[in-house]
Design a protein around this ligand. Structure first.
Ligand code: ZN
Length: 451
């Protein structure tokens, strides 16, 4: 078996692969509520037909995870491919050109539908690569394990985290690929080595309500929140400065690889405010007040006002330090937190709760990895454009592999455009999908084949 014969096999069976992907797109796995079992059943059938060992683990209401193994050998190199089966709901269907569950194919070039980019194409390509390696009966020393998971679009606790803790804990993985979409158009493909963390905190001001004709008889909670927001920037001084995994200069160097020369990159960089902003956010903490709620009636002094602050973190940021800074600012505004109150004095105070807490993660020693170098080489060859290593602006299940030390050597790479994830009229370019099948298959072939 040669590399070219594998590529030819994939090109000759495109139709079957596109059909399988279309079937996945046409199957409802919106999360919430989840419904991943719908998808797991189709995947199981596909794997069963190819004689690939697999198992579904049901949970909750119509939800499931699925694991599959290329063979029974776990004593050599174990490679994990991870894809999530859930997709975010379609939002306002009227904004879609085609039904988000249609899998409509246009000009033989694109497939429309929710989850085409994020990430049924990546998941389908990984499942298909398992089948190809099985059908072609390539002699391999090592194993490919598929984590086809639920729950990524909510917390990941019931999906990847559960899979690692409950099912795959005794397997020693050498390398993990998560098939999230990693194009940042108009740039070529990227290979992702780390991601920012995500912390959302709700702050609630509790004042005293009164009739608005006697405002001084109450304590206006909207004004309390206003005082807090005015001091929020102090957080940047109150939490310790941390070093980003890479400086802006280092990040620029990474992208520059995909350009023919430095001038080309500099011109592109100067013309793209999005890219400039993109690099900046990987080197600092960002925070935004994203929701504010207060007031119940136009003539009542509001006794409650709340905001949600959305923080994006670097790997060395610490949640506790951010919460301590928030408490300090509340105290500096002259207010107490609920737990600082003396008994009986409960009318004016602040409280907070953590709504979302996902750590950042980063693979520190990526430069030393032979597996990663091989993966890069294959992407370069198949996509015929030099990919670049990069970081991911959003969260992914990579934290469960990297931060638990289960498999620090975890990358994101997959078909689709990262900016189309969760967007209306989400699409996948068929070529990108087919290329990713080639990359996933050839990576295992080159890494594990017995010469
Ligand atoms: Zn995703």
């Amino acid at each position: 078996m040669t590399e070219q014969s594998i590529i030819d096999y994939i090109d000759n069976n495109k139709k079957e692969f596109i059909n399988f992907l279309t079937k996945l797109i046409q199957t409802d796995s919106y999360n919430p509520p989840g419904n991943e079992l719908n998808l797991a059943i189709i995947i199981k059938k596909f794997l069963d037909d190819a004689n690939i060992k697999n198992e579904i683990f049901k949970f909750g209401n119509n939800r499931a995870n699925l694991i599959a193994y290329l063979n029974n050998n776990f004593d050599s190199k174990n490679i994990i491919y991870n894809g999530h089966m859930d997709v975010v709901p379609p939002g306002n269907i009227k904004e879609w050109k085609y039904d988000p569950l249609s899998g409509e194919i246009k000009r033989n070039k694109y497939i429309y539908g929710r989850g085409t980019s994020d990430m049924k194409s990546g998941l389908a390509a990984m499942i298909i690569s398992l089948k190809i390696l099985k059908v072609l009966d390539i002699n391999l020393d090592g194993n490919l394990i598929l984590h086809s998971v639920a729950d990524e679009e909510t917390t990941g606790d019931e999906g990847t985290k559960w899979m690692i803790n409950t099912i795959s804990g005794n397997i020693n993985p050498h390398f993990t690929v998560i098939g999230e979409p990693t194009s940042f158009s108009p740039l070529p493909k990227s290979i992702i080595l780390g991601e920012r963390g995500h912390l959302q905190i709700r702050i609630i001001a509790n004042g005293i309500s009164s009739h608005s004709s006697f405002p001084d008889m109450g304590k206006n909670a909207i004004y309390m929140i206003n005082e807090f927001i005015n001091k929020l920037d102090k957080i940047d001084h109150y939490i310790p400065k941390v070093n980003p995994p890479m400086t802006i200069e280092e990040l620029k160097q990474l992208i520059m690889v995909s350009f023919p020369n430095k001038e080309g990159f500099t011109k592109f960089y100067n013309e793209q405010p999005l890219i400039q902003n993109f690099l900046k956010v990987f080197t600092e903490l960002t925070k935004s007040v994203t929701i504010i709620k207060g007031g119940i009636k136009d003539n009542v002094i509001p006794d409650i006002c709340e905001i949600i602050i959305d923080f994006r973190l670097l790997p060395s940021h610490n949640k506790e330090e951010i919460i301590a800074a928030i408490k300090r600012i509340i105290n500096e505004c002259g207010y107490k937190l609920k737990d600082q109150l003396e008994d009986g004095k409960k009318d004016i105070y602040f409280e907070y709760d953590v709504l979302l807490d996902k750590e950042a993660s980063y693979w520190n020693n990526w430069k030393d990895s032979k597996e990663l170098a091989l993966f890069y080489k294959i992407v370069d060859k198949i996509y015929t454009k030099k990919p670049f290593y990069f970081l991911f602006p959003a969260c992914s299940d990579a934290i469960y592999y990297r931060n638990s030390k289960y498999c620090t050597n975890t990358i994101l790479f997959g078909p689709g455009n990262a900016s189309l994830a969760h967007a209306n009229n989400e699409i996948i370019e068929i070529n990108d999908f087919i290329n990713s099948i080639k990359v996933y298959t050839l990576f295992i072939y080159h890494l594990l084949k017995i010469e």
